[in-house]
Design a protein. Structure first.
Length: 292
């Protein structure tokens, strides 16, 4: 399975390199006639991610003794990628140009379901910790866990940013939403629909999960959090790479590209947003006693 998926990743890398002009003459006819939406900035970005990050994960999982954690990160990344891509194709400006080649993407909806069932059925590798050590960690008050306090603040900021951008794509009439959509992230208004779908998935799925994560950091013994934090870390990493890259890519029409004078605030806010779930997953992996 990993070998077949690795081959597909290399095909995607070739597509992105050819669309950006680094190579030529490999897949131009197929992309132009079969899947023209791969020529969008979002299509190029997800091909880069698949050809580099997913390919690296496949090689690591092939070599790893236990690939459960890597697999959960990959599961979230692949699921986010394909859901946003398919919905964006169906709802955006390319919906009238769909060809039979679009059906080649449908198996990607089944692969994460099958892989997720396999991964969650694999036994966890439990750390060798004494009951006294576990009781000590779980007995610590929040003020004795300064790193968790900082992580909670970061998750709260991420939740607020998620809600705000959701309101922007839902055309909230507030002045702050209007100004942000035109001056900071005009890509949210791009008719390709990928950014709008992405923000709505954040709003309806990632926002509730952020509050669950906050609950899991406050109450000890939430054993579900380490696994699901990896899934969401992979999903947000892929989503933010595609969103930020598409906002700055030359294939995005100029009116929807992030203005140069807003690059600093745009990159900082999106980097912190992507960092929050990665730090949470790292916290769960390195110090798991609190969640046992």
């Amino acid at each position: 399975v990993f070998v077949v998926l690795s081959f597909i990743s290399i095909v995607d890398l070739i597509i992105s390199l050819e669309e950006d002009g680094f190579i030529s003459g490999f897949v131009e006819v197929y992309v132009r006639e079969g899947e023209p939406y791969l020529r969008t900035a979002h299509g190029i970005m997800i091909c880069y991610w698949d050809g580099i990050v997913h390919y690296g994960l496949y090689l690591a999982m092939i070599a790893a003794r236990s690939y459960r954690s890597l697999g959960l990160f990959w599961l979230g990344s692949l699921l986010m990628s394909i859901v946003v891509f398919l919905l964006g194709n169906l709802l955006g400006k390319y919906s009238s140009d769909l060809s039979p080649g679009f059906l080649l993407n449908l198996p990607y909806l089944l692969i994460p379901i099958w892989a997720g069932m396999k991964l969650f059925q694999q036994p966890k590798v439990l750390p060798c910790l004494s009951p006294e050590k576990i009781a000590e960690e779980q007995g610590k008050r929040l003020y004795r866990r300064p790193l968790d306090v900082l992580l909670l603040l970061l998750l709260l900021l991420a939740a607020a940013f998620t809600f705000f951008r959701g309101m922007v794509v839902l055309d909230c009439p507030a002045d702050s939403c209007f100004e942000y959509g035109y001056q900071q992230e005009p890509y949210l208004r791009d008719p390709v629909a990928y950014p709008k779908v992405q923000m709505l998935i954040y709003l309806f799925y990632f926002l509730p999960f952020l509050f669950l994560c906050i609950y899991g950091l406050l109450l000890p013994g939430c054993s579900w959090l380490p696994d699901w934090s990896l899934v969401f870390a992979g999903a947000v990493a892929q989503a933010q790479f595609s969103h930020v890259g598409s906002s700055l890519h030359g294939r995005t029409p100029f009116p929807y590209q992030t203005p140069e004078d807003a690059w600093g605030s745009f990159l900082l806010s999106n980097l912190l947003y992507a960092l929050a779930p990665q730090l949470l997953a790292l916290r769960c992996l390195l110090c798991p006693a609190f969640f046992l």
